[in-house]
Write a protein that binds this ligand. Structure first.
Ligand code: TK8
Length: 335
């Protein structure tokens, strides 16, 4: 009797040691996840999915709280908060990272991606992953790319069917030289501005127009202040999910793994939702009274010609190899 009790106790102890060895190392943590769009947007829906998914994977230990509508600051302000360790995570445009690493302008080269499939292959492949890894030196950990999408033009002045129609239009662009060069080339008056200030700028007439994917034009209610939409698809814009390196380095291996796996699941969810809602957004915008111009293939070709200059300028500013690498990877993807 005594012996068997002892063996039971021993067995129980062994079992628990083994269980403890396998139990994941999760500490209770609050993760502030900032983003620029509204809660009811593809970005906001994905942020919610991320928080729920991460809670499930970690038994509720890693609590992610989403802060939408740039309530923690613009993309650039959040990047700096992450670098300083004052905020844990965010998602924002890759285009706004150029102040930290100018290489990120490469995704903004006009008409570089022909479709979403090409973008996925480059972003999730060695090119996109290598670029992301470089951010660690700057105090940021890149996790995954989400789809913002192909960008289109809106404005309050007139329909844009050809480049010349952009003459003198005050057009808000992201804080990124490739965009400034591209739209100056088209004859617009390109004004760099944070996304968080864009709606008011259009409402007050500080700018006449802007460019963003149709999903954003819908979720940010730009149709309330913009009459004309031109389907130009001039750039495919990725979003990037970032973590503060200062904070990340203090996480356990299990915590890092859970966040990485959850980020990958969220990326797949986000791209699917964005593609589905993108297909419906144009009809929605028409119903809201927007006048939609389909830009002809011939005109798109003219625009492509004009933007060669912006691409060459970016390459000549220390990015020749980067642009070549992207083009050769794209050729492989196209085969
Ligand atoms: C949101 C921005 C936005 C981007 C822009 O924070 O600035 O126009 O397209 O998605 O990152």
């Amino acid at each position: 009797m005594k012996l068997s009790l002892k063996s039971i106790v021993t067995a129980a102890a062994l079992c628990c040691v083994a269980a403890a060895g396998h139990a994941a190392d999760f500490k209770p943590r609050i993760i502030r996840f900032g983003y620029g769009l509204a809660e009811d947007s593809n970005q906001g829906h994905a942020a919610k999915f991320f928080a729920d998914d991460l809670a499930k994977r970690t038994g509720g230990k890693l609590k992610m709280k989403g802060f939408g509508s740039a309530s923690l600051g613009s993309d650039v302000q959040m990047q700096n908060a992450l670098i300083g360790g004052a905020q844990e995570m965010m998602v924002g445009s890759t285009a706004t990272l150029v102040g930290i690493d100018s290489d990120f302008g490469v995704y903004d080269l006009p008409f570089i991606f022909r479709n979403e499939k090409e973008a996925d292959a480059i972003l999730d492949g060695p090119f996109g992953q290598n670029l992301m890894a470089k951010l660690q030196e700057k105090g940021l950990v890149g996790l995954v790319y989400w789809e913002n999408g192909f960008r289109n033009l809106t404005n309050s002045k007139r329909p844009i069917a050809k480049m010349e129609d952009l003459q003198g239009i005050k057009l808000r662009v992201m804080q990124n030289p490739v965009y400034i060069d591209m739209f100056k080339g088209f004859g617009a008056n390109a004004i760099p501005l944070a996304f968080s200030e864009l709606f008011t700028a259009m409402e007050t007439g500080t700018v006449d127009g802007q460019e963003n994917p149709v999903t954003t034009i819908q979720s940010s209610k730009f149709y309330e202040v913009q009459k004309y939409l031109s389907l130009t698809k001039h750039v495919y814009s990725p979003w990037i999910v970032l973590a503060s390196k200062k904070w990340w380095d203090g996480l356990s291996a299990d915590e890092k793994k859970a966040i990485q796996e959850s980020a990958a699941a969220t990326r797949d969810f986000e791209r699917k939702e964005t593609r589905e809602s993108s297909a419906k957004a144009i009809d929605f915008l028409k119903q809201k009274g927007m006048q939609v111009t389909v830009v002809s293939d011939k005109e798109i070709e003219r625009m492509q010609e004009t933007t060669r200059q912006a691409t060459q300028k970016f390459a000549s500013e220390g990015h020749t190899k980067l642009v070549k690498d992207l083009q050769s990877d794209l050729e492989k993807v196209r085969k």
